[in-house]
Design a protein around this ligand. Structure first.
Ligand SMILES: [Cu+2]
Length: 495
């Protein structure tokens, strides 16, 4: 009797709450209503979404296929200190599976883009060509680069137009990426396929005894989730969710159900979460450890043995997998959310490296500095169309923060705990930062390197330190691309 009264009261309470907090977006409300009785309201699943409107990952019915490898971009010209590239954003069609080709976007191809190789100390010249029928920009995510070359929403390239940029590479070896960032169209253009990788090399990467033979023992894995409609299309409008568009199948480098033939004892996987909004927690199917060697913007100080690895949208990680315990002919899967991401098929293997390196990159512990520090506090809040930073939505005509080149920065970024909780991957343009603390505690080893995107769970408070090395206007925003587009973004002018 008493129990049922409590049950009725709590259902009533949940219903009232649900109606009070339904934001304007229809898709959100539909998801909410379609959910079961509001349980898990405070919970987040791997998607970073409330359980009610998540899209569960399902294994594609497509046959397995060897992992596609993005081509390494050939320079137009190369001298001792300079390299010249052309990158063209264009539309096309891509055959992902039987049943018809899919209308997609790509860089120099029909889906995704090439790997652009750059070297520390080199001056890189890129001709950015827009062959789309709408505005786009080329954002060099993670690059230490002038504001005017950064490709933010202020510098759209009109259809048929070209922009030339140059920058000197002055950051450590890392796996960076590039994607569009035009006002209002970023999420759709990324969903349709615009994203590519940048490999930065330096003396450390050159000297380290780690796998570095592209496509042999060193593999890029651009992980994305996409839904194919009945005509095999990516229907962004239909799949759109104002709290982050999710897809039901995993694509890796544009391949469904991919496998890699493993011919070496150690394999290096360079993971990019290139999804609009989904978080992935990666692990190996036999639960053995992987060794994380790099994060977003640099190697770690030493390999971090981990059983699982969570990447929020835009984050990268490089891991080494030791396959020596798996017999020839058997396979090991990298899985996320119970779904295989890529299958590693063991062939006869050579000893490509003798052992796991003991150390990787010499790095001092990040310190806040005590004097002459610019401090900022940014609070991310809200859901759906009502997402804000410090109570404000993005306004292209408002500069939120002014600062100077070389000024030490300490930023406290908070994800306000609210009735409806979501995680927010916070990204800052034009710099690589170090994490000082997460909720007052030292960051785990795999977040002690240089980073450009840090994931904040509900209630998290993260302290970051960095300096801008270049001038210009830079964005900071949530890398859940629908949140970014709905206004969870601000801008800083560096003079
Ligand atoms: Cu967000």
């Amino acid at each position: 009797m008493k129990k049922s009264l409590i049950l009725i009261l709590s259902i009533l309470f949940a219903t009232v709450l649900a109606f009070l907090f339904i934001p304007s977006s229809n898709s959100y409300a539909a998801g909410m209503m379609g959910g079961n009785s509001g349980n898990g309201m405070m919970d987040n699943d791997e998607s970073g979404h409330m359980t009610e409107h998540s899209v569960d990952l399902v294994k594609s019915t497509a046959p397995e296929k060897e992992l596609a490898l993005p081509p390494i971009l050939k320079p137009d010209k190369q001298t001792k200190n300079d390299v010249y590239y052309t990158v063209t954003a264009k539309s096309g069609t891509t055959d992902f599976k039987d049943g018809g080709s899919t209308e997609t976007l790509g860089y120099n191809g029909t889906y995704l883009g090439p790997v652009i190789k750059i070297r520390r100390g080199q001056t890189v010249h890129i001709k950015e060509v827009n062959d789309l029928n709408e505005n786009t920009t080329f954002h060099w995510h993670g690059a230490i680069i002038d504001g005017k070359a950064d490709g933010g929403p202020h510098d759209p390239i009109k259809p048929g137009k070209t922009k030339n940029i140059s920058f000197k590479v002055q950051q450590p070896a890392a796996t960076l990426w590039f994607h569009p960032h035009p006002s209002g169209q970023t999420a759709k253009q990324v969903y349709k396929g615009l994203a590519g990788l940048i490999y930065v090399s330096d003396n450390t990467s050159k000297n380290l005894k780690i796998p570095k033979n592209y496509g042999v023992d060193d593999f890029p894995l651009v992980v994305q989730d996409r839904t194919f409609d009945s005509k095999n299309q990516f229907n962004y409008k239909k799949d759109y969710n104002s709290d982050g568009t999710l897809g039901e199948n995993i694509l890796v480098n544009g391949t469904l159900n991919p496998y890699i033939n493993v011919t070496t004892k150690y394999v290096r996987l360079r993971l990019l979460n290139g999804s609009n909004a989904r978080n992935y927690t990666f692990k190996l199917s036999n639960n053995q450890k992987m060794y994380q060697i790099a994060g977003d913007g640099s190697f770690l100080s030493k390999p971090d043995p981990i059983k699982k690895l969570t990447l929020a949208p835009a984050q990268r990680a490089e891991v080494l997998v030791d396959t020596s315990s798996i017999p020839d002919g058997e396979s090991l899967e990298l899985v996320a959310g119970g779904i295989p991401v890529v299958t590693l098929k063991m062939q006869t293997r050579t000893d490509n490296i003798k052992r796991m390196p003991k150390s990787l990159l010499k790095m001092v512990t990040a310190k806040a500095g005590t004097r002459d520090v610019d401090k900022q506090t940014l609070t991310l809040s809200g859901m759906s169309k009502m997402v804000e930073i410090n109570g404000k939505q993005f306004n292209p005509d408002r500069i939120d923060i002014h600062t100077k080149v070389g000024q030490q920065q300490v930023w406290t970024v908070k994800n306000k705990k609210q009735m409806m909780n979501m995680s927010h991957p916070f990204h800052l343009h034009g710099v690589q930062f170090r994490v000082l603390s997460i909720n007052g505690h030292k960051p785990p080893l795999n977040e002690t390197g240089y980073m450009d995107t840090v994931n904040l769970k509900p209630g998290d408070s993260v302290k970051l330190t960095f300096k801008f090395e270049k001038k210009g206007l830079y964005m900071y925003h949530c890398h859940n691309l629908e949140h970014e587009q709905n206004g969870m973004m601000g801008q800083i002018m560096v003079e």
